[in-house]
Design a protein around this ligand. Structure first.
Ligand SMILES: Cc1cc2nc3c(=O)[nH]c(=O)nc-3n(C[C@H](O)[C@H](O)[C@H](O)COP(=O)(O)OP(=O)(O)OC[C@H]3O[C@@H](n4cnc5c(N)ncnc54)[C@H](O)[C@@H]3O)c2cc1C
Length: 342
């Protein structure tokens, strides 16, 4: 089988690995110059500041996949969620907010988290290594322009940077609007995907020379919608620094995005982490970052176009999981559905 995966984020990489394991010849096409999707940014300073919290569910699909790929060095220490402070809510709501990055989500049972060793880039790197070992081919920095179906209504080719590449099946692991555009280029009805409304948030990632959050490992203010966690680990701080004297602080405003939302995070930290501004050694902030490509109720069935040899993956596809776990779950399911349908 000649399989193409569009999108080199976590979902696309998980799909590519699964397709290759199942014996396909796989080409993954990514439009940006680097693989990893939304989580590719990395700070160049000696502090390791992931883009966003990026805690990994200990028993979730991403962690399971990494275990299968025998990537123990990526699986960092368990994050201590027992020392979180819940403000105006209870501990279960707090953990649910952390596991889903949303307010008012359905309860998540006893979530446990790990901090990925070497940060999110190492984790994505491990997926890339696995794909390489399975002979997945990469076309990075090439935009997929259109899809074409044959007379039988099945996928015939994919147009990449002006060239038509013949193939038998496809996993679409691009965000909803781009997936919709590509499906429509083949005359397929993508109106469900068009209904997806991205949920955006303001975020602040900051390295502090001090422990202003002490004695807590995290804070969740239900009214303001703000989560802040301490993800300090030895591999995230400069050589020679003492981890008991540093904080790698990630904060996100789940209530929304924009300058006011970012300001809301800073004022929250002023009220709870006194002196943090004077301790900053490195920082990255964003007024608006896409947290979820759609709301949970807008998620679509990944097998809608299976008769055409096309499946979809990403956090906009129905899954019992959240965030990167949903990306991995839907990526692997998209690949497995294609195999079953051959
Ligand atoms: C602030 C923040 C905090 C987060 N915290 C956590 C957390 O604590 N735990 C957790 O598990 N998850 C977390 N996440 C979520 C996690 O980052 C995402 O769920 C995951 O990265 C999504 O991966 P994806 O592959 O589905 O999508 P993406 O990463 O968006 O990948 C899609 C890829 O498709 C490519 N593409 C688009 N169009 C085309 C085209 N035409 N041709 C070729 N390629 C194309 C894009 O360039 C992109 O690389 C967080 C996210 C943010 C923003």
């Amino acid at each position: 089988m000649r399989s193409i995966v569009i999108g080199g984020g976590v979902a696309g990489l998980a799909a590519a690995v699964q397709l290759a394991v199942d014996g396909s010849t796989v080409l993954l096409v990514e439009s940006k110059d680097i693989l990893g999707g939304r989580v590719r940014m990395r700070d160049s300073s000696s502090w390791l500041l992931d883009p966003g919290l990026h805690l990994l569910r200990r028993k979730g699909p991403l962690n399971q996949l990494l275990r299968k790929l025998r990537a123990p060095r990526v699986l960092g220490p368990r994050w201590n969620n027992g020392e979180m402070l819940a403000i105006d809510t209870d501990a279960s709501q707090e953990l649910t907010a952390l596991a889903t990055m949303s307010i008012g989500a359905e309860g998540v049972k006893r979530p446990e988290f790990v901090v990925p060793r070497g940060g999110w880039s190492s984790l994505v790197g491990r997926l890339i290594v696995a794909a390489n070992q399975l002979d997945v081919m990469f076309d990075v920095g090439s935009h997929v322009e259109a899809l074409a179906l044959g007379p039988d209504g099945r996928l015939a080719s994919v147009r990449v940077a002006g060239n038509d590449i013949e193939c038998d099946e496809l996993v679409l692991a691009a965000p909803p609007s781009e997936s919709a555009r590509l499906l429509e280029s083949a005359g397929l009805d993508a109106s469900e995907l068009r209904r997806c409304t991205a949920q955006r948030a303001a975020a602040l990632d900051i390295a502090l020379e001090g422990r202003p959050m002490r004695p807590y490992t995290g804070l969740f203010d239900a009214n303001r919608g703000i989560i802040a966690i301490d993800a300090t680990a030895e591999d995230r701080i400069p050589e020679g620094a003492d981890p008991s004297d540093c904080t790698i602080l990630h904060a996100v405003n789940l209530a929304g995005d924009g300058p006011e939302a970012l300001q809301g995070i800073k004022e929250f930290l002023d009220s709870r982490c006194s002196g943090w501004r004077d301790m900053a050694a490195a920082r990255r902030s964003t007024n608006s970052i896409m947290l979820h490509p759609c709301s949970r109720s807008e998620r679509v069935d990944g097998s809608t176009f299976i008769d055409s040899g096309i499946t979809m993956a990403g956090c906009h596809v129905i899954s019992e999981y959240h965030l990167s776990d949903a990306a991995v779950d839907t990526g692997r399911s998209a690949a497995k559905s294609l195999k079953l349908h051959r």
